[in-house]
Design a binder for this molecule. Structure first.
Ligand code: ATP
Length: 272
């Protein structure tokens, strides 16, 4: 087992193309006695064309890491790159453009607009940005996600799993360099959750996308290529080629037998 003091080498990939990376990434909230160090000198490489899961106890810094890598939050110290672009140091306007053009987001709440059809929701970010969608790519995403016969439906006419698939298609539609998914299955029953994870996997395997997913769920992490484990704001371990069982076993070991339940409350071993 690694100690936090030696942890900064975890999550660093040698010789593989990177979608994002961070060096000595530190994020503190507040100041003085009430200051919280949410991230503590984190070094991490996010390999291109891979599915990376970020796990760790509540408060360990998972969301903060995702937000800093995605340019949604400023850093206190250290550097973050998206591809070859250093994003630390960009101003708000530049960050907004970078997020819009190069990053896709999937959150637990799908954030679909109720008055728009599935098709309109999928292309909304590009419409707002005044960008013309690559129609061939969008069609491929729609077919890959099995949304062809749902395009004219509004969110209220779709199941939770279908809504999340629309949110997935929206994240993929602009063919972003990197997709961040924050607990994408948190609100779904186990079947719909497994379906969405299957589609994220498909996006990586067949559409050459790169996905970073924050999750508490061993079943969800079992769909990834690599799990990064955070504790107290540091990456303390990694697990390549994870299975749900191996992730669950590691959680048992690290929590001294007290396994944190997955967000859905479903049995993690039957989740996928
Ligand atoms: N805006 C904020 N202001 C102050 N402290 C914050 C803020 N956001 C996060 N924190 C603190 O930073 C630490 C890391 O939070 P973060 O949300 O990244 O953890 P997490 O691993 O994503 O947790 P969870 O699994 O519960 O979502 C926590 O101690 C949290 O209380």
């Amino acid at each position: 087992m690694s100690t936090p003091a030696t942890a900064p080498t975890h999550g660093r990939a040698a010789g593989v193309p990177l979608a994002a990376r961070a060096r000595a990434l530190t994020k503190a909230y507040g100041s003085g006695e009430t200051s919280v160090r949410a991230l503590d000198a984190v070094d991490v490489d996010i390999a291109r064309g891979r599915f990376t899961a970020v796990m760790g106890p509540s408060g360990s810094g998972k969301s903060t890491l995702m937000h800093c890598l995605a340019g949604l939050d400023t850093v206190s110290a250290g550097q973050v790159w998206l591809g070859d672009t250093e994003i630390t140091g960009l101003n708000d306007r530049e960050l907004t453009r970078l997020r819009r053009d190069r990053i896709g987001f999937m959150f637990q709440a799908f954030n679909l607009l109720p008055t728009l059809t599935a098709a309109e929701n999928i292309t909304l970010p590009m419409d707002i940005a005044g960008r013309k969608p690559d129609q061939e790519w969008v069609e491929r995403v729609i077919d890959t996600l099995g949304l062809r016969d749902r395009l004219r439906h509004r969110p209220a006419q779709l199941s939770g799993g279908q809504q999340q698939r629309v949110a997935c298609a929206r994240a993929l539609a602009s063919r972003p360099e990197l997709i961040f998914a924050d607990e994408p299955t948190g609100n779904l029953d186990s079947r719909a959750g497994a379906e969405v994870l299957g589609f994220l996997r498909e996006a990586v395997d067949h559409l050459d996308q790169t996905v970073v997913m924050v999750t508490h769920d061993p079943g969800a992490a079992g769909h990834s290529d690599l799990v990064l484990y955070l504790a107290d704001g540091q990456i303390v371990d990694t697990m390549p080629e994870p299975t749900a069982e191996a992730v669950l076993e590691r959680m048992r070991l690290f929590s001294g037998g007290r396994t944190q339940p997955p967000a859905t409350g479903a049995d993690p071993l039957t989740k996928d």
